[in-house]
Design a protein around this ligand. Structure first.
Ligand code: FAD
Ligand code: NAD
Length: 452
C-alpha cells in the first residue's frame, strides 16, 4: 500500500522526535519509522541510562571520599541488578510514551526498517510504500566496524547498559567517551577493568592537560589504562575471551576477559538505507554529502540531522538543533544554517571532565591572540568540601575583544558549570561580563571569576 506525506522521518531518536513534532504542529502530514523501540540512542541506549548508572557509581564515590570525614558506610556497594532495575524505571516506559505522543499529534509511526526505493519514496520492511515531498534521514550512528577477527564477540553500548550481571574482568576496546564513562561505572561496581586505547591518551576530544589530571582517578579506582595499544583480535576461550593487541606498533599484548566492550567510535548508520535508489551521495568517508542547509547536495528532497548528518559533534543537543534547523528550512525555504558555536561536551567520569569552544591548539592554529589561565586547584573550597583531589581548569579569552573563546574544566560540578561558559561563548559574553555576574555561593559557578 502507498501512503503520501509531507515529511517522512527515518528514525525515532532526538532528531526525529524534534523534527516530526514540529512539522506536525505546523499542520504537515508526517510519518516516522524505526525498527527499534521508539526513543533512539540517547533515551534508551546512551545518555540517559548511562547517567542513571553513573548516579550509583557517584554514590559509592561520595561515600569513599567522605569516609574518615564524618561518614561511615563500610559495606556501601553497587548491587548491579538493582541499579539496572532502577535504570529501567526510566527507559522501560519511553517507547510507549513516544508512541502515544506520536498518536496524539497525528503522526503515523511505523515499527519497521526503512529503505529508499526512489528519490521521494521509502519502502518499509513489511511492504508499505511511503511517498513524501521531503524525507529526513535521522538514522543516528552505529558502532564502527573494527575489521579484526573475533569482532563479533564484542558487546555494544546497548548491551552493556542492559547487563543483568556485571562480569569480573572487562576489557574496553577504545579510550574515548564510552570507555571513560563505562570504566568509571564498572570499576565502582568492583569489576577489574582494562582499557586498550589506540591513541596516545584517553579522551582525545578533551584537553590533554586536564585529561592528564583526571588520570589520577583512573589509577585510584584500579582501571588499567593502556594507551598506544591497538586491538587486533579477540578469541573465545574456555574461560572467556582473549584480547590480542599491539602496543606502540610492535609489542604484542594479550588480556583475558569475561566481557569485551566496543568503545572504539561510532559512524553514521546509513548502510541499510539504499541511498543509491534516491541518488543521495556520500563522501569518501561514507558521510552524507550535505549543503549548509543540511540538505543532500544530490537530492533536494532529502535532508539529514543529528548523528546521521555528522555535520556537528555527535551529541544530543546537536541532534535537536539540526532538527530545528531542518524544519525551519522546510517551512520557510533554505535560509537557516546550523550554528555549532558553544556546544558543551561532558564525559561523565567521576569527577566529570568538560569542554566548550576552542581548544588551546585550535586557538593557536587560528593565530588568535588570547590570554589563557590554567591551573590544578584541588585546594579550592569546591574540591575540598567534597574531599575531591582532582579539580582544574583552562580558560581562553580573546586578548582584543575580551570574549571567552574556550573553557576546559575537570572536577566536581563542572558538568553544570560548563554550561555557563557555553552561554558566554554562544551569546558573546566577555570575561568581564562573567566576572561581574553574581553567582550563588557556594556553588561550582562561584569559582568562575577566579578562572578568568
Ligand atoms: C553510550 C552513549 C552515551 C552517550 N551519552 C551522551 C551524553 O551523555 N550526552 C550527549 O549529548 N550525547 C551522548 N551520546 C550521543 C547521543 O546519544 C547521540 O548523539 C544522539 O542520541 C543522536 O540522536 P539522533 O536522533 O541523531 O540518532 P538516534 O537517537 O541514534 O536515532 C536514530 C534511530 O534511527 C533508527 N534507524 C536507523 N536506521 C534505520 C532505518 N533504516 N529504518 C528505520 N529506523 C532506522 C535507529 O534504530 C535509531 O533508533 C551518547 C551515545 C552513546 C552511544
Ligand atoms: N558524554 C557524552 O557526550 C558521550 C558519551 C558516550 C558517547 N558519546 C558519543 O558517542 C561517540 C562514540 O563514542 P566512543 O567512545 O565509542 O568513541 P570516541 O571517538 O570517543 O573514542 C574512540 C576511541 O577508540 C580508539 N580505537 C579505535 N579503534 C581501536 C582499536 N582497534 N583498538 C584500540 N583503540 C581503538 C580510538 O583511538 C578513539 O580514541 C562519541 O564520539 C560521542 O560523540 C558521547
Amino acid at each position: 500500500m502507498t501512503k503520501n506525506y509531507d515529511l517522512v522521518v527515518i528514525g525515532s531518536g532526538t532528531a526525529a522526535m524534534v523534527a516530526s513534532h514540529r512539522m506536525a504542529s505546523a499542520g504537515r502530514k508526517v510519518a516516522v519509522a524505526d525498527y527499534r523501540p521508539f526513543g533512539g540512542t540517547c533515551a534508551l541506549r546512551g545518555c540517559d541510562p548511562k547517567k542513571m548508572l553513573v548516579t550509583g557509581a557517584q554514590a559509592i564515590d561520595d561515600v569513599r571520599r567522605m569516609t574518615g570525614r564524618g561518614v561511615v558506610a563500610e559495606d556501601a556497594q553497587i548491587l548491579w541488578r538493582d541499579l539496572i532495575a532502577f535504570k529501567r524505571t526510566f527507559t522501560g516506559p519511553v517507547p510507549e510514551k513516544q508512541e502515544r505522543r506520536y498518536a496524539d499529534h497525528g503522526i503515523d509511526a511505523y515499527h519497521a526498517q526503512a529503505r529508499f526505493v526512489g528519490p521521494n519514496a521509502i519502502e518499509l520492511d513489511g511492504g508499505d510504500r511511503l511517498e513524501a515531498q521531503h524525507i529526513l534521514i535521522a538514522a543516528g550512528a552505529r558502532p564502527a566496524p573494527l575489521g579484526f577477527p573475533g569482532e563479533e564477540f564484542l558487546i555494544t553500548n546497548a548491551e552493556f547498559l542492559e547487563l543483568e550481571e556485571l562480569p569480573e574482568r572487562i576489557v574496553l576496546v577504545g579510550g574515548g567517551y564510552i570507555a571513560a564513562e563505562f570504566s568509571h561505572i564498572a570499576a565502582r561496581a568492583c569489576a577489574k577493568v582494562t582499557i586498550l586505547q589506540r591513541g596516545g591518551h584517553m579522551l582525545p576530544h578533551f584537553d590533554a592537560d586536564l585529561v592528564g589530571w583526571l588520570m589520577e582517578k583512573f589509577r585510584e579506582i584500579g582501571i588499567d589504562v593502556r594507551t598506544r595499544t591497538s586491538v587486533e583480535g579477540v578469541e573465545k576461550t574456555d574461560r572467556g575471551f582473549l584480547v590480542r593487541a599491539r602496543a606502540d606498533g610492535a609489542q604484542s599484548v594479550t588480556v583475558e576477559a569475561d566481557l569485551v566492550v566496543h568503545a572504539a567510535g561510532r559512524i553514521p548508520d546509513l548502510d541499510s538505507l539504499n541511498l543509491q535508489a534516491a541518488g543521495v551521495k556520500q563522501d569518501g568517508n561514507g558521510h552524507l554529502k550535505l549543503n549548509e542547509f543540511l540538505q543532500s547536495i544530490s537530492n533536494p528532497a532529502v535532508y539529514a540531522a543529528g548523528d546521521a548528518a555528522r555535520m556537528g559533534s555527535p551529541l544530543t543537543p546537536v541532534s535537536s538543533h539540526d532538527a530545528k534547523v531542518v524544519v525551519r528550512n522546510l517551512l520557510e525555504g533554505n535560509r537557516h544554517r546550523p550554528d555549532y558555536r558553544g556546544v558543551p561536551s561532558v564525559a561523565f567520569t567521576i569527577p566529570p571532565i568538560a569542554s566548550v569552544g576552542l581548544s588551546e591548539q585550535e586557538a593557536r592554529e587560528k593565530g588568535l591572540k588570547f590570554r589563557m589561565k590554567s591551573q590544578l586547584v584541588p585546594d579550592w573550597y569546591t574540591a575540598r568540601r567534597v574531599a575531591e583531589t582532582v579539580y582544574g581548569f583552562k580558560v581562553l579569552v580573546d586578548e582584543e575583544t575580551d570574549l571567552v573563546i574556550g573553557a576546559h574544566l575537570v572536577g566536581p560540578h563542572v558538568d553544570e558549570v560548563i554550561n555557563l561558559f557555553g552561554l558566554a561563548i554562544r551569546h558573546g559574553l566577555t570575561a568581564e561580563d562573567l566576572k561581574t555576574t553574581m553567582f550563588a555561593y557556594p556553588t561550582g559557578a562561584s569559582d568562575i571569576s577566579y578562572m578568568l
